[in-house]
Design a protein around this ligand. Structure first.
Ligand SMILES: Cc1ncc(C[n+]2csc(CCOP(=O)(O)OP(=O)(O)O)c2C)c(N)n1
Ligand SMILES: [Mg+2]
Length: 367
């Protein structure tokens, strides 16, 4: 019998899929997730989509200054959150991961607090929007420079190995990140050290306006794993179960001491790169519409419906429940009040150096 940590072959020519377009199960092993877990995956994907829509309203109403839409990435992001041990393993995310952050359990109050720079943000409003972090959930604060969080993820994983903690470091990034020097340096070192890390590309085929074939000559991201001597998995990232099972397997193999893996989750972003982008200038509408037809929520909904686990009434109840949770979180974040500007000088060094003290004094004169 194939052990459940070695179910999948690396380097497949086609993406690994477990749910067909009509919602049928394509796996050659029995589905071992109970009804609650399946429903939870759907709920978290719906919540991710609704959080994304709420962020769009925040930018359109002038309440925040930057968003990076994640619609289209829900299956991949929710699957990652479910495939790890929450609050025990570490996540080194990137800016588009708010669906992952929410599914992992970062409270909406904290996420909105971060977007609005209010005192509800545990990081004291000192990062640009879409850059949350959570000490409680081992969610490393998002770093803007592309791929700069890959070496720290490798370092954390090496330390986990040396200390024998049994933890795993999971690091996510986009396709564009895989052409950065930091990306190669980080994964190479994790591989050499046999560190418990899983590197996951959310490949949406664009790095802002640069399409995939203009930023790498490699036909897939998964095969870049060959160069590091680690397995690389090509997966349909619009398929929540394929993403979940492959990532979970990679995480558990890392935990057992079998070293890192690279996972390519093929997704698509329906929206622009960010609120500062007009995607109609570099990609045809028909392409976006074609991907929307493969929507991860629609496909999983059909899967659940076939099993009697989804109906319209449940969907409406879920939406009302999620909407209320998000609105409550937003209200709490707003009521926490704006972050005092002088907080920017806190927690930098154990002892505040003279030049920061001087800048702080100058700022106080202005307030
Ligand atoms: C080192 C560096 N170069 C350039 C940028 C500007 N930049 C921000 S996001 C981005 C595109 C990244 O694309 P990808 O890795 O595919 O992730 P996606 O946004 O598509 O999810 C770029 C070039 C940056 N933040 N850091
Ligand atoms: Mg991309």
């Amino acid at each position: 019998m194939v052990k459940d940590t070695h179910r999948f072959q690396p380097f497949t020519p086609e993406p690994i899929r477990l749910i067909g377009e009509k919602g049928e199960w394509l796996g050659d092993f029995p589905l071992d997730l109970d009804e609650d877990k399946l429903r939870r995956l759907y709920r978290d994907m719906l919540a991710a989509r609704m959080l994304d829509e709420r962020y769009t309203i925040l930018i359109r109403t002038g309440k925040t200054s930057f968003i990076a839409p994640s619609a289209g990435h829900e299956a991949a992001q929710v699957a990652i959150a479910h495939a790890i041990r929450r609050g025990f393993d570490w996540v080194f995310p990137y800016y588009r991961d708010h669906g992952l952050a929410l599914a992992l359990g970062i409270p909406p109050k904290e996420l909105f607090g971060q977007m609005l720079a209010t005192q509800a943000d545990p990081n004291k409003g000192r990062q640009m929007p879409e850059h949350p972090g959570s000490k409680a959930l081992n969610y490393f604060t998002v770093a803007s420079p592309i791929a700069s969080h890959v070496p720290p993820a490798a370092g954390a994983a090496i330390s986990m190995k040396l200390q024998g903690t049994g933890q795993v470091a999971v690091c996510t990034f986009g396709d564009g990140a895989t052409s950065e020097g930091d990306w190669y340096a980080g994964i190479n070192f994790a591989a050499v050290q046999g560190a418990p890390a899983v590197f996951i590309a959310e490949n949406n085929f664009y790095a802002i306006s640069v399409d995939y074939r203009h930023q790498t000559h490699s036909p897939t991201i998964a095969e870049k794993a060959h160069a590091f001597g680690i397995p690389g998995y090509l997966v349909d990232g619009m398929d929540v179960l394929a993403s979940y099972y492959v990532v979970r397997e990679a995480v558990e193999r890392a935990r057992m001491g079998e070293g890192p893996s690279l996972v390519e989750l093929r997704v698509y972003r329906y929206g622009p790169h960010s609120s500062a982008d007009d995607d109609s200038r570099y990609r045809p509408r028909e392409e976006v519409e074609a991907w929307r037809k493969r929507d991860p929520l629609g496909r999983f909904q059909r899967f659940l419906e076939e099993r009697g686990l989804w109906n319209l009434e449940w969907e409406e109840d879920l939406k009302a429940e999620i909407r209320a949770e998000l609105e409550r979180g937003l209200k709490e974040a707003e009521e926490a009040g704006a972050v005092p500007p002088e907080w920017m000088f806190d927690d930098i060094l154990a002892e505040k150096p003279w030049h920061l003290k001087r800048q702080e004094a100058l700022l106080r004169e202005e307030l």
